[in-house]
Design a protein around this ligand. Structure first.
Ligand code: FE2
Length: 294
């Protein structure tokens, strides 16, 4: 695994070590109509070979565009809650929180500046995101070989879908590069041994009129080469990476002034399987022995 603290050049089609990044991306990309068309075996082969995959076509760009407009129109800084202190019931409903700092409470030191908007499938669909979350969660279920509708509309076997939007504000939103080692620990303790995280692309990187930010953005490393996927992806693409993939979010638009009164910057959607916790702070039971410094 490459060193997550290394800085790598951006989006070259050939890596400095001669690896053909463009070919790898092509091999790892599937074009599909719906989650029902996913072949778990084919996807597993891609994920086992490359440690990531990209699925195009299941989520329509127009749906993302509409949801994004709604998120922006309903956004209010006044809805922000603190980074810590929420109850299990809070995040199992519509709930917004702002996280700035090292997030050491989660068990690992992982600096960030981001906002999380929880919007589970049983809460009010105020952003028009549920169609998008459902498709992404079904894709996740196909990866694991589960029933397509497993733990999406209800808690099943103590698991639920933490459907949520991540907002990285213009003017410095970021998440330090890392490999996922909190959720996999919880999942593994509960019997889910493999770990894959699907991310729905909701923002475009670039200078064209339809772009949301110009610099930074979501990345993962391909053979030691940093790849900023929002520079190439379309809205609605599902990017999947494994627990071994170094990823993060590089500083969003540092040439702009950070302004919490608006919702400018980068958005992405997640459908992680969470253990249903019964009390505040239960996460610590799982992660307190897993502290890592990098
Ligand atoms: Fe992560």
């Amino acid at each position: 695994m490459s060193d997550p603290t290394n800085f790598h050049p951006t989006n070259r089609s050939t890596a400095s070590n001669g690896v053909d990044i463009a070919s790898i991306l092509k091999e790892a990309t599937l074009h599909l109509e719906s989650a029902e068309d996913i072949s778990t075996a084919q996807l597993a082969e891609i994920l086992n070979t490359h440690s990531f995959a990209i699925i195009k076509g299941i989520i329509k760009p127009e749906d993302v565009k509409q949801a994004k407009q709604k998120i922006k129109s309903l956004y209010s800084q006044d809805n922000d809650n603190p980074a810590t202190g929420e109850s299990p019931e809070d995040i199992m409903g519509n709930y917004q929180k702002l996280s700035i700092g090292g997030a050491e409470h989660s068990g690992v030191y992982r600096p960030r500046c981001m906002r999380t908007i929880y919007n589970p499938l049983w809460a009010e669909d105020k952003y028009g995101m549920h169609k998008i979350f459902r498709a992404a969660a079904q894709t996740r279920n196909a990866i694991y070989g589960w029933d397509l509708d497993y733990c999406i509309d209800e808690v099943n076997d103590g698991f639920w879908t933490a459907a949520r939007i991540h907002h990285y504000p213009a003017g410095g939103g970021f998440l330090v590069s890392h490999v996922d080692d909190v959720v996999p620990v919880v999942q593994k303790a509960e019997g889910i041994s493999r770990y894959f995280q699907p991310v729905v692309v909701m923002s475009k990187k670039g200078t064209a009129d339809d772009c949301d930010f110009e610099t930074g953005g979501g990345f993962f490393d391909i053979q030691g080469e940093r790849y900023y996927y929002e520079a190439d992806a379309e809205l609605g693409d599902i990017v999947i990476y494994s627990g071994a993939t170094v990823h993060g979010v590089a500083d969003i638009d540092l040439h702009k002034t950070f302004d919490p009164r608006n919702c400018q910057g980068r958005l992405a959607a997640f459908v992680t399987v969470y253990r249903k916790f019964e009390r505040k702070g239960q996460l610590q039971d799982y992660v307190s022995t897993e502290k890592s410094v990098y």
